[in-house]
Design a binder for this molecule. Structure first.
Ligand SMILES: C[S@@+](CC[C@H](N)C(=O)[O-])C[C@H]1O[C@@H](n2cnc3c(N)ncnc32)[C@H](O)[C@@H]1O
Length: 202
């Protein structure tokens, strides 16, 4: 890596900086009221930028009131208002389940990431094994019942329905691979009711 003069060869310098380069531009899609995007500020440090995107202006109003360090942008996750390869990393927290076309949404995340950029998707999933019958009773029985009894309860029927039609963790990993992500892995949390999928843009 060193040359005779003791200086670092240009290729080696570039390689070194490639290795230590911090993640500096992060997208949080479907950012809602912005908590995940705000947490992303720690990742980029003082030189980086976090952009939070949501199509709901009311959600963004709440987000804006929490932080002016994140750039809040109104936009559709299915047609993100950014050029190809604009971001080093992208996150989506409890958002992809709501997308009208999940596969198109995953392709769009891939499009705005640079090759080698990382994605993290946090989403509710249906547990397998022993917990499943209890989860079914709670999520398919008690939560929709609460929806009937409480004012403005349509969200309580929407939530279980949206999880029911959403692919399982393994299927989501496969869709991510098809959409252009490598090294796709997932971890389950909370006894298998939440999954974190990660991948690297091809
Ligand atoms: C359950 S909230 C999650 C918010 C936030 N990520 C969090 O973890 O707290 C889902 C958000 O996705 C947004 N959303 C759903 N479909 C979207 C789309 N196609 N484009 C942009 N935002 C969308 C909704 O407006 C909502 O704010």
């Amino acid at each position: 890596m060193t040359v005779e003069t003791g200086k670092l060869a240009p290729d080696a310098v570039r390689t070194m900086f490639d290795r230590i380069a911090p993640v500096y531009r992060v997208l949080d899609a479907c950012c809602g009221t912005g908590d995940l995007a705000i947490a992303g500020l720690r990742l980029v440090g003082s030189t980086g930028a976090v952009i939070g995107v949501d199509f709901s202006e009311r959600m963004l109003e709440r987000a804006r009131s929490k932080s002016s360090q994140v750039e809040w942008v109104q936009g559709d996750a299915l047609a993100l208002p950014f050029a190809d390869g604009s971001f080093d990393a992208a996150t989506v927290g409890f958002g992809v389940r709501n997308l009208e076309d999940l596969e198109a949404g995953l392709r769009e995340l891939r499009r705005v990431l640079r090759p080698g950029g990382r994605v993290g998707i946090l989403e509710i999933t249906r547990p397998r094994g022993l917990l499943r019958p209890f989860y079914k009773l709670w999520f398919d029985g008690l939560v929709p019942l609460a929806g009937k009894l409480l004012p403005g309860g349509s969200a309580y029927t929407y939530l279980p329905a949206s999880v029911r039609r959403f692919p399982g963790a393994k299927e989501l990993a496969e869709l991510m691979q098809t959409a252009g992500f490598d090294q796709v892995h997932y971890r389950l949390f909370g006894g298998g009711i939440v999954a974190l999928h990660t991948g690297v843009a091809r």
